[in-house]
Design a protein around this ligand. Structure first.
Ligand SMILES: Nc1ncnc2c1ncn2[C@@H]1O[C@H](COP(=O)(O)OP(=O)(O)OP(=O)(O)O)[C@@H](O)[C@H]1O
Ligand SMILES: [Mg+2]
Length: 460
């Protein structure tokens, strides 16, 4: 309305100007005065210029501003706005352009946020990810992938997968994913920093909306821990079977001999029955140890805490070894302050002491020395059992707490050992929130130190 009114004003102004020009020209011709004619034309020219300038400011400039803003928006600068306060259709157009710019800016912020979130998720996911297009070019690799395979983004992105990934299992995964257009799973092993890593690769095809293959995602899962547990479980079963088989074979063999021919000879009778008895005992010890370990490992296993007066517990344990100590003429020196008290599971603590003392006695030659000491700090109590025995070779000390590990299998077997004693000690110490360490010198002796926290809040 406003605008058509101002257009009308322009039209009127033009008409009046033309009429004035004609009237001025006719008058100046009649009076034959060219000066008047030139002055009239000059004034008319100035008026025309003023009208044109006005029209430029009202119609052309706003369009120029709007077009410039649109140009900025097209270039992706969503902060561009039309700042001139125009009226009429031009004003409406400016407001609409500003509204559009605001919407675009909001959209782009949302898009950026989503892209950032997606990038954060992709980069922080626990599995390696690689995105390939249908030609096999890599478009994305995440942080976990780089930590597994090494290198940087720029070493992979933009390259063909088979040029930058060496493992043939990965090549086969991609090829089969593209060929069968379904998920494909394969395993690879990587040697990284002296560590053997097991990786599972899963290739998943990506399709367009029209179900055309557009690429693939490769996911890499580190299954090393899982594999190690599997290996440990297999080893454990093999070890248990082996340890059970040895005494059972022996028992069966001697029992058969007794049945076949030994019954008439009382001396052989006694000898063989003794062997059968000893082997049965071995079996019993082994099964008890296995049951102890399995109980300690059970989900939800809890310790029964009570106040421990350490010297009392040590004095309760020692008499069980009296005979053996006397047989081997070993001296046992106990140096534990009467004041040492702490909270622990009494039966399990006794088991620790029994296992460590049994070892100290078993692996110390006659006339050797054993020392039981304890010191306490504000938070922990350190219980040390030292001997002057055969010692443990340096290279196997890290393995000494493994199940079934024995430095000298034949020798341990003679002493009735199954190789589970120290594994049980380690387990009980850790259940208390503590730990066990060993210091040993071959042919000189060993010291086992059990550190237990005195406060229950340290216990896991
Ligand atoms: N005090 C020690 N001195 C020397 N070697 C030791 C000592 N304690 C343990 N060992 C070595 O560590 C191995 C593992 O000890 P562990 O107590 O676990 O098993 P074990 O004594 O053979 O059998 P058991 O399960 O009956 O205790 C032993 O076989 C022995 O070789
Ligand atoms: Mg032992």
């Amino acid at each position: 309305m406003n605008e058509s009114f101002s257009k009308l004003k322009f039209a009127y102004a033009f008409a009046i100007l033309i009429i004035m020009a004609i009237v001025g020209a006719v008058l100046s011709l009649i009076v034959e005065d060219y000066i008047i004619l030139i002055s009239v034309l000059g004034i008319l020219y100035i008026l025309l210029l003023i009208i044109l300038l006005n029209a430029f400011h009202k119609y052309i400039k706003p369009i120029q501003v709007a077009s410039k803003t649109m140009g900025e928006l097209l270039k992706g600068n969503y902060r561009a706005r039309v700042h001139h306060p125009f009226n009429g259709s031009i004003g409406d157009l400016s407001r609409q352009i500003n509204e559009l710019a605001r919407n675009l800016s909001e959209l782009s912020i949302n898009e950026q946020m989503q892209a950032d979130q997606l990038k954060t998720v992709i980069d922080n996911t626990e599995s390696g990810l690689v995105l390939l297009d249908e030609k096999g070019y890599i478009h994305l690799v995440n942080r976990k992938f780089l930590s597994m395979f090494g290198g940087q983004q720029r070493d992979y992105v933009g390259y063909l997968y088979y040029d930058v990934m060496r493992q043939t299992a990965i090549h086969r995964t991609v090829q089969e994913t593209f060929l069968y257009e379904k998920n494909v799973k394969k395993s690879i092993t990587l040697d990284k920093d002296t560590r053997h890593m097991y990786i599972e690769v899963v290739g998943a095809p990506i399709f367009t909306e029209r179900k055309l293959l557009k690429g693939a995602v490769l996911a890499f899962y580190d299954i090393t821990d899982f594999k190690n547990v599997e290996v440990m479980r297999k080893d454990f079963v093999a070890n248990v079977s082996h340890e059970l088989k040895t005494p059972i074979t022996s028992i069966t063999g001697f029992a058969e001999t007794l049945l076949d021919e030994g019954l008439s000879n009382p001396e052989i009778n006694r000898q063989f029955t003794e062997i059968i008895y000893n082997e049965s005992n071995r079996l019993q010890v082994l099964i008890n140890d296995l049951l102890t370990l399995s109980k300690l490992e059970q989900e939800g296993f809890t310790l029964s805490y009570s106040d421990i007066h350490l010297i009392t517990i040590v004095n309760e344990v020692l008499p069980a070894f009296k005979q053996k100590i006397a047989e081997k003429d070993i001296s046992v020196d106990t140096s534990i302050s009467d004041s040492i008290h702490f909270i622990a599971d009494q039966e399990k603590l006794k088991q620790i002491l029994i296992n460590l003392l049994a070892n100290a006695i078993n692996y110390t030659p006659e006339q050797g020395k054993i020392k039981i000491q304890a010191v306490e700090s504000e938070d922990d109590v350190h219980i040390m059992i030292s001997d002057t025995g055969i010692g443990i070779p340096q290279d196997v000390t890290p393995r000494i707490f493994e199940r079934f590990f024995r430095v000298d299998k034949a020798r341990s077997r003679d002493t009735g050992g199954t190789g589970l004693g120290l594994a049980i000690v380690k387990h009980i110490s850790e259940l208390h929130g503590g730990h066990v360490t060993v210091e040993s010198e071959l042919n000189k002796g060993s010291t086992f130190t059990v550190v237990l926290p005195k406060n229950l809040d340290k216990v896991k």
